[in-house]
Ligand binder design. Sequence first.
Ligand code: S3P
Length: 429
Amino acid sequence: MQQRISPASTIAGRIELPGDKSISHRYAMIAAIAEGETRIRNYSTGADCHSTLTCLRALGVAVECAGTEVVIRGRGLDGLHEPAGPLDAGNSGSTIRMLSGILAAQPFPTRIAGDESLARRPMRRIMQPLEEMGARIVARDGQFPPLEIEGAPLRPIDYILPVASAQVKTCVLFAGLFAQGATSVTEPVRSRDHTEIALAEFGAEVRVERRKITVAGLPKLAGRELTVPSDLSSAAFFLAAALLVPGSRLTIAGVGLNPTRSALLDFLGGMGARIRVTDLASRQGELVGDILVEHSPLRGGVISSDLTAALIDEIPVLAVLGAASDQGLIVHDAAELRIKETDRIRTVVEDLRRMGVAAEELPDGMAIPGRQRFRAAELDSFGDHRIAMAFAVAALAADGESVVHGAEAASVSFPEFWETLSRCAQCHD
Ligand code: S3P
């Protein structure tokens, strides 16, 4: 699908966005191994979170969807069934990596695979701790999907995580639920903590001491009612659009503002963005609030070290803002970007250059000088949802009509993206 985008005169109004992708995956997976019924409101509409539901159904879990409400009848820690065929994680790294923690403990073998992009994403990072716990896993070329997981009774471990990855942390903590005793994960930097919060909400015993998270095995998890906050990583595209287009003023309602995710707001604030949070509340352990954003001249900035991990999903759209900022943007310590849905260092730089924007690839990041203008261009999502949406934002500030090819990729996290954008973007006519 191609999407044509005209330059915008303003971005304005009040919008609501789909539920957070990270939280939706976790609520669904924990609900499946809890006892009793869980009702999840505002479940992510993205294809990734629906891949998780498809996998859970194949494991014998009753899942009903009505709009954005999902009801899951939990089967308890030992109630999953052997699937009739391979599980399909689609494009979703979260599904394959986090669910593998549960699959590793099952008394039956499973094969889990996904699309072409997923088949290139490294799985050694979850295989190693799961094998230490007693599972046997065979991967293509020793590290890529499909994974053949031979479940086994698991031993608890104390795992020092070599990479900053909330998916790997979650995988090990999920596996730890099935092991007798305490399993811990120590992170190199604090990553998003939705798993810790969600497990505690469902009744697990979770202890957090600085960067070490410990979960007690064999908990009694109880199904419950939950509402997913709107996704801050999806909001990032609208924040960026409003910051970029003169005269804009936009409210984004009910956004998840968990401190392990909201570094984005602090970083943008440091660049000079006029952003205000109102109606802050706590919902099932997660902070939620409305965000008001107004067009602002931006100074530019440097993203490195721990900040890179905290902003990892937002770097494509921050790169777009960087080009329009006064001093530009430099990103370091972001080699992980090369193993996301696409090599996001390469795909971001490629689309920026198509727009006539100077940008340099670094081995672990990128350098984008400031004060640049976006030329209208033929852009490509490269099949990556965040690239499609980041360059839709750039196109709003271009000097003519642009086209994003492969625009359907946005559906992976945000199927309503194009419609929401056309609702709040007023165009020059
Ligand atoms: C996620 C963690 C991050 C992030 C991804 C979602 C999660 O990946 O990029 O979009 O929900 O835990 P890593 O764990 O690979 O850093």
